[in-house]
Ligand binder design. Structure first.
Ligand code: ANZ
Ligand code: ZN
Length: 890
């Protein structure tokens, strides 16, 4: 064990117990300044992995930071405890999903506690308990009452090996394999329960614009998933079959529709298949909607183009999808790539009816046709070859044609489908329905909830089907014998509202206390994996909106700010059990301590970025904490000499005081943005500064102690245990978790200007020494510009006058500088675009004086910082705001 500096095991255990005893993480119900910080709850699969540790360190650090800022923080944790893996594990181990799940929860909870995550465990939520899932059933009833539940026959993805329905996202790759077992997925028709999320499609997509605290990528993924398209539906007549509806977003191209195409499972295709051997063969043997190339088969039918009256051939084609639009399309090979590829293959005409809009188009002239023989021209443009519509722009043509064609109607299409929640599985929430021969599907009344799961039965199929006794019940309406629904709910139902349960977790009367929910919601900061960017977030948004409409929740969006954390990798690859490249959080905690693990992760990269695990980095993080401990302990023990308390302040004291201010100002704004890596760099640099302060001077006790105090507080959100220990060593009152965040005495812009000034000045000295080949400077003079130059710069920044020089010369105190003023004015004029505000002359002087010891040390020569009035005119002339003159005496 590496015990250099401090005994992390003892320290961490000690403070975890102390926090527990004092209930420091308990959240009051009534609060003034609520901040809700939430990490996506884990699936209890066995042990925490590094991805969990990273996720929960981010929320924990942020929650602790907000608490130190004085907010009332809700930071709960729970378990996404239903799901297929528990059922499979139970079958393998000959136990039951419940015991297996609770074992995993025990282990993972212990690990979370050993990481020092500050959760209010009184609010723990476990979705596989009847206390929780009864409210899923309650929700189902509410949705039903609101007309948002439907039971319909649906084609589902079926995994023959797992013996279950799979959601689309559980079908992977072009080969359509089961996400769990890699078996090729089949399709089946089953009666399924659906929640009608499509009723909310418009709001779900429109409200994305307001989600400014979400990453753009996630917002775009949500938009794409909903996939709203504005277009037109219109009929093409097919002899003997009547009007057939098609959907198009490009009705402006209708004069170029040279064929019509039907999906393989369009009703007409199925009719044709019964008579036409070629069609049957194509549908059954060849059609491959996922294929790279469009395939199809000609039919004997023709369709009438409603715009031209022309008869065009009808194909059955696999690139026409049955669940998009109407499953039939008008094909325009001149302007659509798939149609083009198909037309080339089948020898159908390709005709241009849209031309690119010419530069400076007058709206009158009809442009030349583009060459569409090789590739389609897919942009909007000017309509050509289209009788009276020729010469219109695409947009106008779409409007006119939609008006003029009798069957045409403006339509909005969505890619989003209703949410199929039925799963033929045991380990989930029973859908609260009873099937009666006379009354049909009847909802279980509210007073009979929860419908509890029966004991687990180890069978190959759905254990609920085998639970004969459980299945037999009576109909709530007529009292006759009836059977229970054996489907359980998709676990995304559980996670679509769990964030509401945390506000009043023990409540036995309602899923969530409305007043509390209105206070705490929305979640201020949500953190989780990008793999949940679509379904989980979309379902949570949907359920929140329904609850706003049906239950008077005040909020229509659940998550104000969202952070999708990056992956923890090993040698550039995602850590995963299957690749065998995982690093065990437990080992890291044992060897280096939770604080080291947390600090290493948070400083390694910005939370959104992927980063590589590096054992060396972990070690050096641990050494840093050991050095910090030594520094604080030496001070507290009186081993480090400081100047007497009433000593005069030296330049170096002011310099360090300035660096403390800088660290506070910068770390605070970085914690606000969750860019912990930058905040921590400040804290670590500050510790470095304090160490060299002690090494090079007798530190001023007030400054030195403030420095240590500030360093401990800036680190506390990320290294809570050690911070607590050092807080005590510094003899501070109470817990550091409950301490105030240090107040910044300077703003970030000021401290950054100060630093830039010092760094640039040192750089300038270095350059001069180099260029002039000075080996051993005798003295270095640094001269700050005269005040009038600062005034002139300020005027120049604010001024929009064409002639800056004459404006400057309008100021008597500048004009009186004569040639100097004119020449500085010209410099300003020449650089007008790039002028930047600087500190005042006084502040520059103070900052440079405070930093002069740094230059002295570097060049081993005394440094004199001077104001313009005390210096030589020839030197002063070279000084500018932000750039002092430097004079090196050899
Ligand atoms: C004619 C047309 C002309 C179309 C043109 C596009 C370009 P995108 O392509 O994403 O904008 N479509 C309609 N129903 C379909 C189905 N069931 N399966 C596959 N494709 C279908 O989506 C809109 C277009 O998808 C529609 O507009 C239609 O082709 C095609 F120059 O109609 B278009
Ligand atoms: Zn009945």
């Amino acid at each position: 064990m590496s015990q250099e500096g401090y005994d992390h095991t003892a320290v961490e255990k000690r403070w975890q117990e102390a926090w527990n005893d004092a209930s420091v993480y308990r959240t009051p119900d009534e609060v003034d300044d609520p901040t809700y910080v939430l990490g996506m709850y884990p699936y209890p699969s066995g042990k925490l992995h590094m991805g969990h540790v990273r996720n929960y360190t981010i929320t924990d650090a942020y929650a602790r930071y907000r608490r130190m800022r004085g907010d009332d923080v809700l930071h709960p944790m729970g378990w996404d405890a239903f799901g297929l893996p528990a059922e499979n594990a139970a079958k393998e181990r000959d136990t039951n999903p419940r015991d297996w799940t609770f074992d995993c929860i025990d282990t993972m909870k212990g690990q979370m506690q050993s990481m020092g995550f500050g959760y209010d465990w009184d609010r723990e939520v476990t979705t596989c308990t009847p206390e929780y899932y009864q409210w899923n059933q309650w929700l189902f009833r509410r949705f039903h009452e609101a007309g948002l539940v439907e039971r319909r026959d649906a084609e589902v993805n079926w995994c023959p090996s797992c013996d279950t329905v799979l959601a689309d996202e559980q079908v992977e790759g072009d080969d359509e394999l089961c996400w769990r077992c890699d078996t090729p997925v089949e399709t089946r028709d089953l009666d399924q329960w659906f929640l009608e999320i499509t009723e909310y499609a418009d709001e779900l997509i429109d409200a994305i614009d307001g989600l400014e605290g979400w990453p753009d990528s996630v917002r775009q993924m949500q938009r794409n998933w909903i996939g709203r398209q504005y277009g037109t539906t219109l009929d093409f007549d097919i002899a003997d079959h009547g009007p057939v509806e098609a959907f198009t977003t490009r009705v402006d191209t209708i004069h170029g529709a040279t064929f019509f195409a039907l999906a393989p499972d369009h009703p007409i295709s199925e009719e044709l298949a019964a008579e036409d051997e070629d069609v049957r063969h194509f549908i059954e043997e060849e059609a491959d909607p996922e294929g790279d190339e469009p395939n199809g088969v000609a039919t004997d039918l023709t369709a009438t183009n409603p715009a031209t009256g022309e008869e065009i051939p009808v194909f059955v084609a696999d690139f026409v999808l049955s669940d998009v639009g109407t499953g039939a399309l008008m094909a325009v090979p001149g302007h659509d790539e798939r149609d083009h590829a198909f037309a080339e293959k089948m020898g159908v005409d390709i005709e241009p009816v849209i031309a690119p809009e010419p530069d400076g188009w007058d709206g009158e002239m009809i442009p030349d046709a583009p060459d569409v023989s090789e590739a389609a021209f897919t942009d909007d443009g000017v309509v050509i070859n289209s009788s009276e519509y020729s010469g219109l722009d695409s947009g106008t043509a779409r409007e006119r044609l939609t008006e003029d064609i009798e069957s045409a109607e403006a339509t909005t299409q969505y890619r989003l489908r209703d949410w199929g929640i039925s799963r033929q599985r045991y380990w989930g929430t029973p859908i609260p329905v009873v099937h009666c021969d006379d009354c049909g599907s009847v909802l279980v009344p509210e007073e009979d909830l929860p419908v509890e799961l029966p004991e687990f039965i180890n069978t190959t199929g759905n254990p609920l089907d085998a639970a004969e006794e459980w299945k037999q019940t009576t109909c709530p309406e007529c009292g006759e014998p009836a059977t229970r629904e054996t489907d359980t709910m998709d676990t995304f139902v559980d996670s679509s509202w769990y964030f509401l349960r945390y506000v009043s977790p023990g409540n036995e009367d309602v899923p969530f206390d409305l007043d509390r929910a209105n206070d705490w919601m929305p979640v201020d900061q949500y953190v989780g994996g990008i793999e949940h960017a679509v379904m989980h977030l979309l379902y949570s948004r949907f359920v929140t909106k329904v609850l706003a409409d049906e239950e008077e929740l005040d909020h229509r969006e659940p998550f104000t700010n969202l952070l999708a954390q990056g992956m923890v990798q090993l040698e550039g690859e995602k850590m995963s059990k299957s690749k065998g490249n995982t690093v065990s959080p437990q080992r890291i905690v044992d060897e280096y301590g939770a604080d080291t693990a947390r600090l290493f992760m948070m400083q390694a990269a910005q939370p959104e970025r992927d980063f590589d695990w590096a054992e060396e980095g972990v070690k050096s993080t641990h050494r840093f904490l050991a050095r910090l401990t030594d520094l604080v302990e030496a001070y507290a023990a009186g081993d480090a000499p400081t100047a007497p308390a009433d000593a005069d302040r030296d330049e170096i004291d002011d310099y360090v005081a300035g660096e403390i201010d800088a660290a506070v100002a910068i770390a605070g704004t970085e914690y606000d943005d969750l860019t912990f890596n930058v905040a921590l760099r400040e804290a670590q640099d500050l510790v470095g500064t304090l160490r060299s302060y002690r090494g090079h001077a007798d530190p001023h006790p007030e400054t030195y102690e403030r420095g240590l105090d500030v360093a401990v507080r800036l680190l506390a959100p990320v290294v809570p245990h050690l911070a607590e220990e050092l807080w005590e060593t510094l003899d501070r009152d109470g817990f550091v978790v409950e301490a105030d965040w240090p107040t910044a005495t300077a703003d970030r812009e000021t401290v950054e200007r100060r630093r830039r000034l010092v760094a640039n000045t040192r750089e300038d000295v270095r350059d001069i020494v180099d260029v002039a080949g000075i080996d051993d400077p005798e003295r270095i003079d640094v001269v700050v510009a005269p005040d009038w130059k600062y005034d002139a710069l300020e005027i120049a920044i604010d001024s929009d006058a064409d002639n800056l020089i004459s404006e400057l010369m309008g100021e008597p105190h500048i004009r009186e500088r004569g040639d100097d003023a004119a020449s500085y004015g010209q410099d300003l004029q020449a650089n007008r675009e790039a002028l930047q505000e600087t500190l005042s002359g006084d502040d520059e002087y103070d900052a440079l004086r405070a930093a002069s010891w740094l230059i002295e040390r570097e060049f081993d020569a005394p440094v004199r910082v001077e104001r313009a009035e005390d210096a030589d005119d020839a030197v002063v002339r070279k000084a500018e705001p932000g750039r002092p003159a430097i004079d090196i005496v050899e």
